[in-house]
Design a protein around this ligand. Structure first.
Ligand code: SAM
Ligand code: SF4
Length: 335
């Protein structure tokens, strides 16, 4: 067995998030501008390269793999990749294969995902109102996503809903979204909007709704119990005593939980990003392509990258300016 991946701050890297495309069938206002330029196909890792790369990480101790994008389910033949990864699940080296999706293609792919060994999916959904959904995603339509969620549950997938907390947009929907999730046995996590990429004329500070305020909104309606559950990421959980529901908060801005970070991210071009909020990155595509039959240079590049993982990020809204603003879009690293 290879030595596991340990970063300079003694954190074991066991979680890999991989963006398989920069493209998307939606244009969420906090994520993309309406006129995005996407990468030429030759820049992207092929499905075979993605397989080799992920398999190398699994050989180095990664136990959890999350596929994201862009919208991962719009990548052509992506199910071939999922089915390929299921061999690591069967071998027991990979403990979890999962994805984050906007839900638009779930109706088509839910059963196939289950067959490939996926058991949980995160669906991003910020509103249950048809018009607001069309407004926030620009190109998305709510009924299609709701049918996707139904299909996922019918296929046996556990669904978690991720909602970006947006001031003046979905504040008033908190009770409705919470009850909707409770009725369907769907876990719910709120995400703070992060300063990622040029999104055109949207006002990011105007969008920012602190999760401390979201928590306060819950406190006024429910009895909250803090849960100890940790996933090595920035999520913290509470339980609503009245409904028994678990609610997550992803608060990279108002709180900083980097000390327990166990993850790295790969872009669809094979760049490894060591921290969502920092520029530290390395190219893994070059060693992949230069040595198609020898994984040693790739593994050496992975180890070298991990040895440069920074301690944490520098996002800061506290001075009411976008300190720590990242030039890349969230769809580049997949969130
Ligand atoms: N297309 C898929 C989806 O929407 O789930 C996967 C990729 S998307 C970039 C991953 C997550 O990032 C989504 O939950 C989305 O809401 C979130 N996201 C995008 N831009 C964001 C931003 N600026 N701040 C916070 N979350 C953001
Ligand atoms: Fe697409 Fe997801 Fe970004 Fe929305 S958040 S534009 S669905 S990648």
């Amino acid at each position: 067995m290879n030595a596991p991946l340990i970063d300079p701050f003694a954190r074991a890297i066991t979680y890999l998030r991989v963006s398989v495309t920069d493209r998307c069938d939606f244009r969420c206002v906090y994520c993309m501008s309406e006129n995005m330029t996407f990468l030429p196909k030759k820049e992207l890792l092929t499905l075979e390269e993605l397989d080799r790369l992920c398999s190398s990480f699994i050989g180095l101790g990664v136990e959890k793999l999350r596929i994201t994008g862009g919208e991962p389910l719009v990548r052509r033949d992506i199910m071939t990749f999922f089915h390929g990864m299921s061999r690591h699940l069967e071998a027991g080296t990979l403990k979890e294969l999962t994805l984050t999706t906007n839900g638009s293609q779930l109706e088509r792919f839910a059963s196939d995902l289950y067959a490939a060994g996926v058991r949980r999916v995160n669906v991003s959904l910020d509103t249950l109102d048809d018009d607001k959904f069309a407004q926030i995603t620009r190109w998305g339509r709510l009924p299609q996503v709701l049918r996707g969620i139904d299909a996922a549950q019918a296929a046996g997938l556990r669904v978690k809903l991720n909602a970006v907390a947006l001031k003046g947009f979905n504040e008033d929907e908190l009770p409705k979204i919470t009850q909707w999730c409770a009725a369907r046995d769907i876990d719910l996590t709120w995400i703070e909007v992060m300063p990622m990429g040029d999104i055109g004329n949207e006002d990011r500070l105007g969008q920012y709704w602190s999760l401390s305020d979201v928590r306060a909104a819950y406190e006024s309606a429910y009895t909250l119990r803090d849960l100890d559950e940790r996933t090595g990421g920035p999520a913290r959980y509470i339980r609503l005593e009245e409904t028994g529901q678990k609610i997550g908060f992803i608060t990279p801005l108002s709180h900083n939980f980097c000390e327990s970070c166990n993850r790295v991210r790969i872009t669809c071009t094979g760049e490894i990003f060591l921290c969502l909020g920092q520029e530290d990155a390395a190219d893994l595509r070059a060693p992949l392509r230069a040595h198609p039959h020898d994984n040693a240079p790739l593994e050496a590049a992975i180890r070298d990258a991990i040895s440069h993982k920074p301690k944490g990020h520098d996002f800061d809204y506290s001075r009411q300016q976008l300190d720590g603003q990242m030039p890349r879009h969230m769809s580049h690293t997949g969130g």
